[in-house]
Design a protein around this ligand. Structure first.
Ligand code: HEM
Length: 442
């Protein structure tokens, strides 16, 4: 750890995709490329860089926005020298598949069942492209295809189309992407007025973080500084199983909706149980000034928002828990893939649909991995060691307690509603670092 920094955030160097919220609605693409030839890989970066925006130059009205990130294998494929590679954190060097036990990616979510080529050594470079609609996205994709036609040695190996609707609903029918932390010095506001902005070093490498230190930056400095880590996971959602479970456990439609809200911690509209404990309040859900303006301190037993509900686990705010929530915050850029299951349908139609989960943060270990291990897949921190996240933990047979007066209710035998189909740990370099990578002469 090094000394404190009073430096301003270099917003003209940080990729916009790291910190800027995505303007909704949008159509997007996750494109993975394998770099068979380091010179072609560097040429690809040279061609991409002019299209990348920094936080300072980001224009939310732009027809297309791009972000670029590299896996550890990708940095290797570009010819980054060993003395630099060895300065990246161990979990990044290992990659997501090797961290499966840590992340709870077992059973159906285990790497041997992942979609090819996810989890393989071939995942090198990820380009995320976003546009306000599919027509503009496709126009940009075909332009990129033409621009790269002569570049043999760079092979597109996986593509996932994604989309976010204006009402932010995910495949389970719940508004998502509401809660975002404020990052000190970025000028980008957070969504919870009761949460103080987090130190920039939580989300960008090279700055003071919440521990009042600057964590080690991958070397050389020009490569690591203003970079961050981006995690993506293709999370298949079993929407029919979710609906069936609710139908079996509830006595009527109203109770079904309440049960689902208790599992999530918010109503389908996005209205938080913390502010609307008894029924959905669509006006509240749609109001960005109010829909994240709450803490949990007035609800220590979880009578409104169960301690084990997804959002309370994922961000316990001021709950009395083991641990310090501010050290485990994340920027999320989750987005839908596939088409929703028609309303009311209880049978699985076999279609692949879910959430392309994306995390951004400077600390893979104490942010993404910690949340996944301790908060999603364990219950010790809330005094319920036998419980896991009722929505997103991918194990079968889970339990979930809904505190109520005079007696609490314990749900048993929750089947897995989410299966991980694969993902990767990536490094999202700053713009100067991308130029440094493009200019490597190894
Ligand atoms: C298919 C899987 C998932 C679904 C359907 C899902 C759904 C949701 C929904 C509906 C919300 C509430 C909206 C909001 O606050 O923005 C939410 C919040 C959140 N989720 Fe998830 N989620 C999934 C996976 C995950 C995973 C794997 C993690 C972490 C490892 C995670 C972390 C969070 C966080 C940090 C929040 C914000 C909590 C807050 O600040 O109040 N989610 N999620």
């Amino acid at each position: 750890m090094t000394a404190k920094s009073t430096l301003m955030l270099e917003l003209d160097d940080i990729q916009a995709g790291a910190l800027e919220p995505r303007p909704v609605p949008y159509a997007g693409i996750y494109q993975i490329l394998r770099l068979d030839d380091r010179h072609a890989g560097r040429e690809l970066l040279r061609r991409l860089i002019p299209y990348l925006n920094s936080v300072a130059s980001f224009d939310p009205k732009s027809p297309v926005s791009l972000a670029v990130a590299l896996s550890f294998q990708g940095l290797k494929a570009l010819g980054v020298p060993e003395e630099s590679l060895s300065t990246f954190p161990r979990e990044f060097q290992q990659g997501m598949a090797a961290r499966a036990a840590e992340l709870g990616d077992v059973g159906e979510s285990a790497p041997e069942h992942w979609e090819n080529p996810l989890g393989s050594q071939d995942v090198h470079l990820v380009v995320v492209g976003l546009a306000p609609d599919i027509a503009r996205l496709e126009a940009a994709v075909s332009y990129a295809r033409d621009a790269l036609r002569d570049l043999s040695g760079v092979v597109p190996i996986w593509r996932q189309n994604v989309h976010a609707a204006a009402d932010l609903r995910n495949m389970f029918g719940f508004a998502d992407g509401i809660g975002h932390p404020a990052v000190e010095g970025s000028g980008i506001p957070g969504t919870n007025p009761y949460e103080l902005p987090l130190k920039a070093g939580e989300f960008v490498l090279g700055y003071e973080d919440e521990t009042h230190n600057i964590s080690p930056v991958p070397q050389p400095e020009v490569l690591g500084r203003n970079g961050t880590y981006a995690v993506f996971r293709k999370l298949h959602t079993r929407v029919a199983a979710f609906r069936q479970y609710l139908r079996q456990r509830a006595k009527d439609r109203g109770e079904e909706e309440l049960l689902a809200a208790k599992i999530v911690g918010r109503w389908p509209s996005g209205a938080p149980l913390a502010l609307a404990p008894d029924k959905d309040d669509p006006e509240l859900g749609a109001d960005p000034k109010r829909n994240n303006a709450f803490m949990f301190g007035d609800d220590p037993r979880g009578l409104k928002s169960p301690l084990g509900s997804h959002v309370r686990r994922a961000n316990p705010r001021d709950s009395l828990i083991i641990g310090a929530p501010r050290l485990h915050r994340m920027i999320r850029r989750g987005t839908n893939y596939g088409q929703p299951l028609s309303p009311g349908v209880l049978e699985d139609d076999g279609a692949d649909r879910g959430l392309l989960f994306a995390f951004v943060g400077a600390h893979l270990d104490r942010q993404f991995e910690f949340v996944q291990r301790e908060w999603v897949n364990d219950g010790k921190f809330i005094g319920a060691p036998a419980e896991k996240d009722p929505l997103v933990s991918s194990s079968d047979g889970r339990e979930f307690t809904i505190p109520k007066q005079p007696i609490r209710c314990r749900l048993k035998g929750l089947p897995a509603f989410v299966v991980n189909r694969g993902g990767e740990y990536c490094f999202m370099p700053g713009l100067r670092a991308l130029r440094w990578l493009a200019d490597l002469d190894t």
